[in-house]
Design a protein around this ligand. Structure first.
Ligand code: MSP
Length: 707
């Protein structure tokens, strides 16, 4: 059986996962499910990239160790993928011991092959991208636009320059090594312009994997992280089962966002060549998810999370939207408005209605058994057209998905869905059912058989993108197994005779758009507030990350969705809402636990936190955000705008004139699009998560520092 092994990027653990990370992982999950439907032994690896300056600093700011910080956020990524039903087979964390051993092994091989030397380097370094850049320290990084810092180090160097020709040969011999074409051209131009040797160790960073034999150096985080693709499937282990797995799976395909193509298409193959290891099969690059015209990212403060969407619309709807709306390889915009529109038009109206109409008529007219056309029946033009559309959808989807043109493949299936909806309107089975002659009865059987067979095709074709809904339809059709049947074996006319269908439930109940968007916004605000109330206690990501999934007890997406539409829509939000304080409370407890058991910090570490007394000058609610208040706070030297997640405990009226304590030297961030320049310090009730502001007597001057 042919094997297909795919990887997602290993995500940085400096923040919680957002929709951009979910996009890559959802694409990987879809590709793997699709390959499995072609009979391949397909699997994927994901994981977290945990070393480096960025994470070291984030942990310092949170007052915990990098390992604690990484543990907490890695768990969040894993939980997120589990909740979304993403079936990764391997999850690698680069802070695992097995990984350190494997990186050292790769390095030794590179060294033994003469591709490593020692030298000194001083230059402009971008901490965010973990990259030396051209220009002077202080100049902005050409990739992310942040100011660079000066770094002087004695480093181990990798002779990247020696790999220019081998790399160019690779791209020439394997034109599909980098997809799509546009990315390939960028890489070609970069390599043709000449390659400089690459520093692959750092002495300025403590949080990393030590270079064997010279432990004051740690490995450059990209060398470390890329090797995770090997370790995650057993490289470096002595166990026969691990060695076998590595043999079976490697080389991989790498799915990446366009900004990290260079690391994967240039450095990584060069590292592997130097170590004498087999090269990846290829790099598949996707574009960015944009929100309000900008790349969705933590630093821009414009992230959307998957969790509220999963709760209100279900994870299938999110998958469908991302694959249908974004032309793979290009950037695409996300908005709740278009998400809910697509849900209503494509899923509820087109597909959901087709399924419920067809199944209801089979219940009503044939006692719940899928009818079969009489032997030798003469097909009419309309019947043949459906068969043609079904086979066309199968062939086009297969071809399109093979080239990662997911939107195009889905469009073909929707042509079949639209064709079937038209067919029912044209054939009027409900009118045939009113007539009592045997000709009409036989025609009715043919029409509903064709519709049911069409539904079977649709379920199989959509199983990789909408696995939950395709399976529910499959079950309703009464078919055995699940919808993830072989696509290459999908042929018309295979529904068993006298197939009994199961009770019907709507696949995608229609949603009131405004209500759904309101629910999404409310859940989003609550989840951000839960995360930042964790921040108030012990550092944002760690505290929030150690909370259990907010909806550990929440209904399945399907149940939430059904409730949303069939009962009172706000009820859908109230179930998860009820859980949100639990998340905040758990976050706080974890934080309280952390203060008991977390590593102690030096007074210097505490001194880094600039806490000041301030006076609230104005306070107002943020429209649509139930927990947030926008405050202006006078801290003596200036007046700051701060967004605080305290609206459920304090009204604006309670706050104006009140003395509060703020953390003044936090990076500004945006909450619901409103910039927050600092943080109000509050105690969080361990049971309810309710915040209580820390205050000082009225005579304490504004700007007084807490030490
Ligand atoms: N740790 C490195 C990757 C090391 S791989 C050995 C890294 N991590 S990351 O957390 O920044 O994740 C980057 C990846 O997340 C992108 O390449 C992409 O796959 C995904 N995305 C993050 N934001 C995204 C968007 N706004 N849009 C689409 N994908 C995005 O880079």
């Amino acid at each position: 059986m042919s094997r297909f092994f795919l990887t997602t990027p290993l995500y940085y653990v400096n923040a919680r996962p957002h929709l951009g990370h979910a996009y890559s992982t959802i694409v990987a999950d879809t590709v793997v499910r699709f390959r499995q439907q072609l009979g391949e032994n397909a699997s994927f690896l994901t994981g977290t990239d945990e070393h480096g300056q960025k994470i070291q600093r984030a942990a310092e700011a949170a007052g915990i160790t990098p390992q604690q910080f990484a543990d907490a956020n890695a768990a969040r990524f894993r939980e997120e993928w589990d909740r979304l039903g993403l079936r990764y087979s391997y999850f690698i964390r680069t802070s695992e011991a097995r990984h350190a051993a494997a990186v050292a092994a790769v390095f030794r091989r590179m060294q033994a092959n003469g591709h490593i030397y020692k030298g000194e380097y001083s230059g402009a370094y971008c901490v965010h991208d973990e990259l030396y850049v051209e220009g002077q320290p202080g100049d902005v990084c050409p990739t992310c636009g942040r100011p660079t810092e000066k770094l002087t180090e004695e480093n181990y160097y990798f002779r990247l320059s020696a790999f220019q020709q081998p790399l160019l040969k690779l791209y020439e011999e394997q034109p599909e090594f980098i997809r799509p074409e546009s990315r390939r051209n960028e890489v070609l131009a970069f390599v043709q312009a000449g390659l400089r040797d690459l520093s692959i160790s750092r002495t300025s960073i403590r949080w990393g994997i030590p270079v064997p034999g010279d432990e004051k150096h740690v490995f450059y985080v990209w060398l470390d992280a890329l090797c995770g693709y090997l370790t995650g499937i057993g490289y470096g282990s002595e166990l026969p089962a691990d060695r076998q797995r590595f043999q079976d799976l490697w080389p991989a395909w790498h799915l990446v966002g366009k900004e990290i193509v260079r690391f994967h298409a240039v450095y990584w193959p060069a590292f592997l060549m130097a170590a004498g290891l087999p090269l990846p099969r290829g790099i598949i690059a996707h574009g960015w998810l944009l929100f309000e015209e900008e790349k969705m990212s933590k630093s821009r403060g414009n992230v959307v999370r998957a969790e509220p969407i999963r709760r209100v619309l279900g994870s299938d709807a999110l998958r469908y939207f991302l694959l249908r709306e974004i032309s793979f390889g290009q950037d695409g915009s996300f908005s709740y408005d278009s998400l809910v529109s697509r849900y209503n038009s494509d899923l509820a109206n087109d597909w959901g209605n087709l399924a419920s109409r067809t199944l209801n008529m089979i219940h009503r007219y044939f006692g719940g058994k899928i009818p079969y056309p009489a032997a030798g029946v003469a097909w009419l033009h309309g019947d043949l057209e459906i068969m043609r559309l079904a086979e066309q959808a199968r062939d086009e989807l297969r071809q399109a998905f093979d080239q990662h043109h997911f939107a195009r493949g889905l469009e073909s299936v929707w042509q079949l869905i639209a064709g079937l909806n038209r067919y029912l309107v044209d054939q009027e089975p409900w009118a045939l059912a009113e007539k009592n002659d045997s000709g009409s009865r036989s025609r009715l059987a043919t029409v509903l058989h064709i519709a049911a067979e069409g539904l079977r095709f649709i379920a199989v074709l959509l199983a990789s993108v909408l696995p939950g809904s395709a399976n529910r339809l499959w079950t309703q059709l009464g078919l055995e197994g699940d919808a993830a049947q072989r696509i290459d074996g999908l042929t018309w006319g295979k529904i068993p005779v006298d197939q009994a269908i199961a009770p019907i439930e709507p696949l995608f109940p229609r949603l009131e758009k405004a209500v759904a968007i309101e629910q999404l916004r409310r859940l989003e605000t609550e989840s951000e507030a839960a995360a930042s109330s964790g921040q108030a206690a012990a550092g944002q990501s760690a505290a929030a990350a150690s909370a259990p999934p907010a909806d550990a007890t929440a209904p399945t997406p399907a149940a939430v969705m059904d409730k949303a539409a069939t009962a009172v829509p706000p009820a859908a939000a109230s179930a998860p809402t009820a859980n949100a304080p639990a998340a905040a409370a758990a976050g706080t407890q974890a934080a309280a636990g952390a203060s008991g058991s977390a590593a102690r910090i030096a007074i210097d570490d505490f001194a880094k936190v600039d806490m000041r007394v301030g006076e609230v000058k104005t306070a107002e609610r943020i429209p649509g955000a139930t927990k947030l208040l926008k405050l202006t706070v006078d801290i003596g030297t200036e007046t700051r705008q701060i967004v605080a997640g305290i609206a459920e405990a304090y009204t604006p009226f309670d706050l104006v004139g009140k003395k509060v304590v703020i953390v003044a030297n936090l990076e500004p961030r945006k909450l619901r699009g409103v910039e927050s320049n600092g943080m109000i310090v509050a105690a969080s009730d361990p049971a309810t998560g309710k915040p209580t502001l820390v205050s000082v007597p009225a005579e304490t001057p504004n700007g007084a520092r807490l030490r």
